[in-house]
Structure formats: structure tokens, C-alpha cells
Design a binder for this molecule. Structure first.
Ligand SMILES: NC(=O)C1=CN([C@@H]2O[C@H](COP(=O)(O)OP(=O)(O)OC[C@H]3O[C@@H](n4cnc5c(N)ncnc54)[C@H](O)[C@@H]3O)[C@@H](O)[C@H]2O)C=CC1
Ligand SMILES: O=C(CO)COP(=O)(O)O
Length: 438
């Protein structure tokens, strides 16, 4: 990971920086929360304090632990100790092999995923997932999306959330459980696509909806977290707001925010192919703007809950950190997807994505390639590849089974940079408030 990791660590360490860049992150709250979910957090009115558990401890997981760990102490309504589930693994620390969980608890630093940044001492790393989430009332999910399915059953069981009987999201004893997702990605579903938030909601038997915080960039000195919320925004602000990290609310666009976070990683692959192939800024800009447009079409047309679509809210989300902000930072910044995709193109696909991830990221994970495959699965199922020329041409030469070998070498010529790849042709047009298709 060396380069990317070190950059991320050192940059994020300085949280006292001014709020220069409100770029690159977003979050969202579910739009359909019931009144009960909108109640402010514990603390006021003698309610029991909320207990926060963080599920995940990579680069972003560590950065958010630092933010949340400080806030639970400074704000009312939270237990001061927070627990973080750390995937059990050994690390080399000061020349000695040690368990990462123990190193974090001793040094208050995640020496593997966010080295050089001190974590608050009220954060307790826990290698046992069930123990980490036990008695929690607020869960923050922040792990690579491919691992989510494996952890949810354990979390649900540890909290006593059962599939039958009881009230959705309420654990035995009446404890209300809520969740925030900082995960970027999409999953397969019966209709082609499943949002990660739906995955969590189902896995926890209806528990979820505190919100869906679709992230920030761990490398930002200052960043914003824009929240599409119809719910308990007070809680999100208390948990995540810092002088250098702001929560912005965008109501009624939760799926859009989530899809932005997932799809921008795919667009970043295309932008990085440009870098790797030595193309100039104009070409890269064309890819970025086409990518943004295709993200909009995808969110508006291929999402699961099209009936509930709010065009105005969705449009606004694209102008927030979750939209253009995150897209820019990933296409131009210290993104892992950008870094690996640039190498992929420069080396004409000599190393597979798996190799690049293993050899270049020091244990951190790539989300873009798997999301490209998942997004293309939906595009194919809906038979609309011609409406997504960029997403399709990013997928085909670099990730499709037939695209391997010769296709990899043709990332530039005949691949992503072929002229037909640009522009939203094929009947899509912008009416001023939404995309329409003739
Ligand atoms: N790093 C960033 O700037 C941002 C990341 N995100 C998103 O947050 C999520 C988590 O990303 P990061 O914290 O950056 O993770 P990361 O990529 O830095 O680290 C990988 C994590 O996966 C864990 N892991 C490895 N094998 C595992 C397994 N079999 N089961 C469970 N966990 C395993 C590792 O221990 C490590 O904690 C992703 O969806 C990412 O897209 C969102 C915003 C910003
Ligand atoms: O989601 C992210 C930034 O918003 C992280 O991007 P990378 O995984 O490409 O580093």
C-alpha cells in the first residue's frame, strides 16, 4: 500500500486544517423512516445513552472511528466507549509479528490501514464480531461490500434480531437498533440490482434505518458528509460533524446517493485508464462528464425503487459531495481505484485486478472492478448497454471474460477511448429536471 496508504494517513492526520475542501463525501439517510426513528438520540429526557459499534476497520473505517470516537465524548447522549470490529489479522509491528487488534488497543493506531494517525483512547478494537456489536444501538457499517453478507448473520444474532416475531429493528428488551452504512458498492438482487442499504436492512431483520452515510474520503483534510435524510439528522450530525467534516442533508435521494458512491468508482477506472494511456486532460474530462451523466441515468432508470424517485432531490445529490465531489476526488486524487486502473492500462492489463489489489494496496480493497461487473449485470439484464456507452466500455475490455487478453491490451484503441464511447446518444435527453428516453 505504501504510497496510497501513507498519503491517506498523513493527510487525514491533520484534522485541524481549515474547511478548505468540502469535497468528496456524502451520506444519506433513509427517506422512509417512521416517526419513531426520527426521535433524537438518547441522552435527552433521561433516555439511555446510545452505544455505538463500528463494523469494519480499514482505511475509511479507521478515519471515521477517529471522528466518531471524539464526538461520542464531546456530545451528549452516547456512551463514551465505542467498539470497533477488527478483522483478525497479524501485522508486523516494530519488527515483531502481532495481532492487529492488540496493536490498536495498545498504540491507539491502526498501523496497517491508517498508519501515523492516532485513534481516540475510548475506541476499543475487538476481534470477535459478536462481542463488538453486543448491546450496540447504533451500528456503523464500513467494510468492503464483498464481506458484508458474511458478517450480517453474526451481527443479527448477537443483537437478538430475529426473522420472525418481534418488532422490526427492536432487540429483546425494547432496544431500538439503527444503522449507518458508509459502504460503497452494489449487490446482485432479483431485479438485477440490490442496494447495500437494503442488504443491511434485510440482514438485520428490518433494523436499519438510522441512515445511510455514503462516505467520505479518508484522505481528506476536510470534507463534507452530505446526508439525504428524512430522518434522524440530529443523530448523524452529532456523530459525524466535526469542524473539518460537515454533514449536509439532501432529503429523499437515498438510493441516488448510494448509487453515486458505487458508480463513481467505476467511472474512476475509466478516468485512470486515460492517465495510464497518457491521454490529456480534455479526454479525461470527457470521460468524467460522461460518467456523471451515465451515473444520473443509471440512478434514475435502473434503480430498484423507481416509483419513489424524487427527481429534484436526485439532481441535487449529484451536485453534492456524494456526486460531483466524490467523482472528482476519485478520478483525480489518491484513490485506490484510480491508482490500480492507471497501472492496469499502463501495463496493458499484464497484472490482473486481483494482483494489483494484492501487490499495490497493502491489504486495502478495490471496489471499482467488482462494481463494474455488478453494474454491467444490471445494464445487460435491462438490455440497455447502448444507453451506457461509458460504463459498458469500461467493463468490456478490462473485466468481461471475453475482454481478457486481447481486450486488455486494447483498452485504448477500440476500447474505452473509441469515439462511440462518448456522449449520451440513443434517445436520452435532459428535460431540465430529469432524463427522458424517446
Ligand atoms: N477509504 C476511503 O477513502 C473510503 C472508503 N469507502 C468505503 O468504505 C468501505 C470500507 O473501505 P475501507 O475502510 O477503506 O477498507 P480498506 O479497503 O482500507 O480495508 C479492507 C478492510 O477489509 C478487511 N477484511 C479483509 N478481509 C476480510 C474478510 N474476509 N472479512 C471481513 N473483512 C475483511 C480488512 O481487515 C480491512 O479492514 C468500502 O466500501 C469503501 O468503498 C468509502 C469512502 C471513503
Ligand atoms: O470511496 C472512496 C473515496 O470517496 C475511496 O476510493 P478508493 O477506494 O478508490 O480509494
Amino acid at each position: 500500500m505504501a504510497d496510497t496508504g501513507a498519503g491517506i494517513a498523513s493527510a487525514h492526520a491533520d484534522e485541524s486544517m481549515s474547511m478548505g475542501s468540502m469535497t468528496s463525501c456524502e451520506s444519506l439517510l433513509d427517506a422512509d423512516l417512521g416517526g419513531a426513528s426520527r426521535q433524537p438520540l438518547g441522552g435527552g429526557g433521561g433516555a439511555a445513552p446510545e452505544r455505538v459499534a463500528i463494523v469494519g476497520s480499514g482505511n475509511w473505517g479507521s478515519a471515521i472511528a477517529r471522528i466518531v470516537g471524539r464526538n461520542v465524548i464531546e456530545q451528549e447522549g452516547f456512551e463514551h466507549q465505542i467498539r470497533q470490529w477488527v478483522f483478525p489479522e497479524k501485522v508486523s509491528h516494530n519488527g515483531v509479528e502481532a495481532c492487529l487488534t492488540e496493536v490498536i488497543n495498545k498504540e491507539h493506531e491502526n498501523v496497517k490501514y491508517l498508519p501515523g494517525v492516532k485513534l481516540p483512547e475510548n475506541l476499543v478494537a475487538e476481534g470477535d464480531l459478536a462481542l463488538a456489536v453486543k448491546d450496540a444501538t447504533i451500528l456503523i457499517f464500513v467494510l468492503p461490500h464483498q464481506f458484508l453478507g458474511r458478517v450480517l448473520p453474526t451481527v443479527a444474532e448477537a443483537l437478538g434480531l430475529t426473522k420472525s416475531g418481534g418488532t422490526a429493528g427492536v432487540a429483546p428488551g425494547g432496544r431500538r437498533i439503527r444503522a449507518v452504512s458508509l459502504i460503497k458498492g452494489v449487490d446482485k438482487g432479483p431485479d438485477g440490482l440490490k442496494l447495500i442499504s437494503d442488504h443491511i436492512r434485510e440482514g438485520l431483520c428490518g433494523a436499519v434505518p438510522l441512515g445511510l452515510a455514503d462516505e467520505d474520503y479518508a484522505s481528506c483534510r476536510a470534507a463534507g458528509l452530505s446526508v439525504t435524510a428524512d430522518a434522524d439528522t440530529d443523530t448523524l450530525r452529532l456523530l459525524f460533524n466535526r469542524p473539518t467534516f460537515r454533514v449536509t442533508v439532501v432529503r429523499n435521494a437515498s438510493a441516488t446517493v448510494e448509487l453515486c458512491g458505487a458508480l463513481k468508482n467505476v467511472v474512476a477506472l475509466g478516468a485512470a485508464f486515460c492517465d495510464g494511456l497518457g491521454y490529456g486532460g480534455n479526454t479525461k474530462a470527457a470521460i468524467v462528464r460522461t460518467g456523471l451523466a451515465e451515473m444520473q441515468v443509471f440512478a434514475q432508470r435502473l434503480r430498484c425503487d423507481a416509483s419513489a424517485f424524487d427527481a429534484t432531490a436526485s439532481s441535487r445529490a449529484f451536485l453534492e459531495s456524494c456526486g460531483i465531489g466524490d467523482l472528482m476526488t476519485t478520478c483525480y486524487g489518491a484513490s485506490r481505484n484510480r491508482k490500480c486502473a492507471e497501472m492496469f492500462a499502463r501495463e496493458s492489463g499484464k497484472r490482473s485486478w486481483e494482483q494489483l489489489e494484492a501487490e499495490e494496496l497493502g491489504g486495502m480493497k478495490l471496489q471499482g472492478p467488482s462494481t463494474a461487473v455488478e453494474a454491467f449485470g444490471v445494464i445487460k439484464k435491462k438490455k440497455c448497454a447502448r444507453k451506457f456507452p461509458l460504463l459498458t466500455t469500461i467493463y468490456r475490455p478490462s473485466l468481461s471474460p471475453g475482454g481478457e487478453g486481447a481486450g486488455r491490451a486494447s483498452v485504448g484503441a477500440g476500447g474505452i477511448l473509441e469515439p462511440r464511447g462518448f456522449g449520451l446518444s440513443d434517445g436520452w435527453s435532459w428535460t431540465g429536471t430529469r432524463w427522458s428516453y424517446d
